[in-house]
Design a binder for this molecule. Sequence first.
Ligand SMILES: Nc1nc2c(ncn2[C@@H]2O[C@H](COP(=O)(O)OP(=O)(O)OP(=O)(O)O)[C@@H](O)[C@H]2O)c(=O)[nH]1
Length: 445
Amino acid sequence: MAFEALSQKLDAIFKKLRGKGKLSESDVKEAMREIRLALLEADVNYKVVKDFISKVTERAIGHEVMESLTPGQQVIKIVYDELTNLMGSKETKLNLKGNPAVIMLVGLQGSGKTTTAGKLGNYLSKMGRRPLLVAADIYRPAAIKQLHVVGDKVKVPVFSMGERKPVEIARASVEHAFRHGNDVIILDTAGRLHIDEELMEELKEIKSAVDPCEILLVVDSMTGQDAVNVAESFHSKLELTGLILTKLDGDTRGGAALSIKAVTGCPIKFVGMGEKLDDLEQFYPDRMASRILGMGDVLSLIEKATQNIDIKKAKELEERIRKEQFDLNDFLDQLKQVRKMGSLDQIFSMIPGFSPQKMQGLDFNEKELVKVEAIINSMTKEERRNPSIINGSRRKRIAMGSGTTVQDVNKLLKQFEQMKKLMKQLSEMEKSHKKGRFRIPFFNF
Ligand SMILES: Nc1nc2c(ncn2[C@@H]2O[C@H](COP(=O)(O)OP(=O)(O)OP(=O)(O)O)[C@@H](O)[C@H]2O)c(=O)[nH]1
């Protein structure tokens, strides 16, 4: 997961602070030194780190903190505020002015532009818009085909004219959209391995021909400070209106996400959280800061849950957990439902107080899920209802029946226990949030 190392380091630093009844100036300075190192190790731009630390220090050695009863908490709050500011403080919405509104996607080769075009098309059509994807990358022969494939998957029409001049394609696409009732155009422009003048000229030409309301740079967050440099270059030539950071689901240290707004002045509008065409999230600086600090991201979790979870089933499940009837059938059902929301890693990172490392054993890929299903299907009704009766000889029989091994069966039973524990903890969280509680189908807070 992105930010994992940074989150762990910050957590250790804050633990020390929280343990102190009173903070001295040297305690704060020591913590700041450690935070500074943690940010540099996360590949955050050094000027950004310097500025950040000086702002946090100034606030942290002020009266409100030093004299407060919970100085450690106050420092964490300040770090949270300043991290949020660093990433842009408020979310920035897409500007969709114009009919059709033209969104131009630019970026280097392999940054994830074509995939992002599809994700954005998908996002906009879910919003009730009628997007049109436009293949303006004529240099990579497979790019046009790739856009058609992506468009088909998300059921968004694709406009292409083969290898004509990109500026002509862009102009013609506006005409086409107008005639076919498409109200947003997403231009997938060409990428190069490096920034070159020819590419910039072509992009500038397209920009002046179709007057886009958004010029969004798609950058790969795994490339760290290079992503920041690329963004600076593109911005100086094209005046970007925003950024889309892709591959934030990978194990990027997070430096690009934390520095790019501060360095370029361009807001991050979306983040790519996976290869699937659903894996695009609007970017909220405060929610991201909250995830980095291990405070969870309940709001995004609610959004994901309401989009993907079957409410009726969730209610039935709630009842079964309460009556302590959660069994292996429910377990399988849950795994399937939760997987629709994304990887379990991602989900756990949104729950306050949950460390994804603790739950690693619960992350299944599709192949493992098939195995789990086979194992559960080889059990008797009674075994599924009451797994505690599954002794050694039953385990052997189940493994044979499902074409797996006894170790696989053992692993599954262990995971079931973990999931049961997780469900119990979640339902306890619900109790403590009874008043004005959030309600999420399946996860209840
Ligand atoms: N994990 C992950 N992979 C992504 C994400 N976005 C894109 N990818 C992957 O990154 C690779 C490159 O994506 P493309 O969309 O082909 O990149 P592109 O920028 O269009 O490439 P060019 O057309 O060559 O310029 C593909 O394998 C995508 O599946 C993301 O948010 N997370």
